[in-house]
Design a protein around this ligand. Structure first.
Ligand code: ADP
Ligand code: MG
Length: 341
């Protein structure tokens, strides 16, 4: 039998390949695979559902990620996908596969983080699954939200030529936080007497270990009667996530490098690592900010949105996805999201 390596397809190519023969049998399936969450008709409204898995050694490293933060983050990354549909999450399920390395006390720590996230984001833990695994730890969280206002739901495919591209906060910090944690871990492994030094870098560490989801943005949209035309959460990096909006909307984009929000601490740290802070924003990921597009007539509503930045404009598909650099050049943007394989 032919053997194809999954790397030949990449994460998104693999999913497309595996699900291409599937047809939906239910009219209630309003939105299937391909967005931040699926949308299912339920009674007078509809339910959004999203699932994410976190695996030890791939998504987290317990040598520097506290268990409580891990529990917190595993919930946040799922809530973020529901917010990205312009909906509010209301329930989660939490599943875990454990090896015998984990004590009750360790699991209590994870659950303390889950509880904190449930309290802050006002969501209910309604179930899950617990099983064993020969090695390591795997967590899987699903989040659900409900709305009766179907018109409020925002998909990745609604961006129109002339829409402005916006993002809710600075990008690249979570990636730089990870680089710093990895560097300090290696130093410590080489010489146990070296204590990790995170002074002056609290922001990037927190962005990596304890991200937040942008509930406030969805609340702002509601308050100001604003419906973005398309939206996605920035989990794979600005570049890859903007490409998803463009591909699904059948449009191009013009991104202004100078407008991409960067935190001062991130910029400083990027220099230390000999990296370009903009590249970190474009390709880093795990920022869990919301990337969205807004019709030009709604521009005034965005100007006064706290923490929101206008970073570009939607263009015709044939113009491609371009980055206008600070140096005045125009480059085609490449999607360089995470490759887990
Ligand atoms: P996100 O980054 O927003 O969590 P993903 O990139 O993980 O989204 O997934 C993109 C889409 O593919 C989603 O609709 C997701 O539900 C779907 N998907 C991911 N993995 C699988 C799979 N193994 N089988 C079916 N659908 C999948
Ligand atoms: Mg997402």
């Amino acid at each position: 039998m032919k053997r194809t390596d999954v790397n030949e397809l990449g994460e998104f190519g693999l999913i497309d390949h595996l699900v291409k023969g599937f047809k939906n049998h239910n009219k209630s399936t309003l939105k299937s695979i391909g967005d931040d969450a699926a949308i299912i008709k339920a009674g007078a409204g509809s339910v959004a559902i999203s699932t994410d898995m976190l695996i030890e050694g791939i998504h987290f490293d317990l040598s520097y990620c506290p268990l409580k933060h891990l529990g917190y983050k595993s919930v946040i990354v799922n809530l973020s996908d529901i917010y990205a549909m312009n909906m509010l999450p209301s329930q989660i399920t939490f599943s875990m596969a454990l090896s015998n390395r984990f004590s009750v006390e360790a699991l209590e720590e994870i659950y303390a983080g889950v509880k904190k996230a449930c309290e802050i984001y006002k969501v209910d833990l309604v179930g899950g699954d617990t099983t064993s695994i020969p090695k390591g730890l795997a967590l899987s969280v699903s989040a659900l939200g409900y709305t009766e206002k179907l018109k409020d739901i925002v998909y990745r495919n609604g961006a129109k030529i002339g829409d402005v591209i916006c993002v809710t906060g600075d990008l690249g910090a979570a990636y730089l936080g990870l680089q710093l944690l990895e560097r300090e871990k290696q130093l410590f492994l080489n010489d146990n007497s070296i204590k990790p030094d995170f002074s002056g870098n609290q922001y990037v560490i927190e962005r990596q270990l304890k991200p937040e989801a942008r509930k406030d943005a969805i609340e702002y949209f509601r308050k100001s009667n604003l419906r973005p035309t398309a939206m996605i959460d920035v989990s794979d990096g600005l570049s890859s996530d903007l490409m998803h909006i463009c591909k699904q909307s059948g449009v191009g984009a013009y991104l202004e490098e100078s407008k991409i929000p960067l935190n001062a601490e991130s910029k400083q740290l990027a220099l230390e690592f000999n990296m370009d802070p903009v590249t970190c924003a474009l390709s880093g990921g795990e920022d869990y900010e919301l990337l969205f597009t807004v019709a030009p007539e709604d521009l005034d509503k965005i100007r006064f949105m706290p923490g929101a930045y206008i970073i570009g404009e939607i263009t015709p598909e044939e113009d491609g996805v371009k980055l206008h650099t600070t140096g005045g050049n125009i480059h085609p943007l490449k999607a360089q999201g995470w490759n887990h394989f």
